[in-house]
Ligand binder design. Structure first.
Ligand code: HEC
Length: 168
């Protein structure tokens, strides 16, 4: 699916009110803690996940300590580009930019991050100013059962099979 210039413009213009009245918004200070996707987008992302990711991944893969070590502190553009270039592993790049953005929103939601009024943009360039941050462990914002999820991650047969496949 192609992304029209007009849909990108809509995303940019729609994002403007969140940044306040400044004519030169402090873009570099944007953070996933500040509501950078919508509930609706995350719900679409859940459908993408169920249809294209769940065959290989559990939710725990996308919320674990390992996951956070890889992605927290990076820019969302890094995550978006990684998905686009490498996932689904069986068919990299097969999804639309809208679908990659939606599944990114879903992953943020799984990590306990808040939704906001404006959807995530659907290009790496537009996501380069948003830092992937999560609330410190123990804050109310963080509602995922990480302890349990982390144990499940290493004990499901599917996970073991995934690692066997990787070594081939
Ligand atoms: C055919 C199997 C397969 C499918 C389908 C698949 N993945 Fe993956 N994915 C992998 C493998 C293998 C890895 C690397 C090994 C690992 O996570 O332990 C990986 C890694 C990842 C990582 C990095 C995890 C980390 O800890 O840094 C993310 C994020 C990810 N996948 C997201 C997705 C999303 C989103 C989709 C659906 C659009 C998807 N994957 C579909 C097999 C798959």
């Amino acid at each position: 699916m192609r992304v029209s210039v007009s849909s990108l413009l809509v995303a940019l213009v729609a994002g403007a009110p969140l940044l306040g009245a400044q004519s030169t918004p402090p873009d570099s200070s944007r953070s996933t803690l500040n509501g950078v996707f919508t509930e609706e987008q995350a719900a679409k992302g859940k459908d993408v996940f169920l249809g294209h990711c769940q065959s290989c991944h559990t939710n725990a893969d996308l919320t674990s300590a390992d996951f956070r070590a890889d992605w927290v502190g990076k820019m969302l553009s890094d995550f978006f580009s990684f998905l686009k270039e490498t996932m689904p592993e069986s068919e990299p790049g097969a999804l639309s930019n809208e679908q990659y953005a939606a599944v990114t929103a879903y992953v943020l939601q799984l990590n306990g991050l808040p939704a906001g009024a404006v959807p995530l943009a659907t290009s790496a360039d537009s996501l380069a100013t948003i830092k992937f941050e999560v609330a410190p462990a123990g804050l109310a914002l963080n509602r995922q059962p990480f302890g349990r999820a982390a144990r499940v991650r290493f004990h499901t047969p599917a996970r073991a099979a995934l690692h066997r496949d990787e070594r081939r």
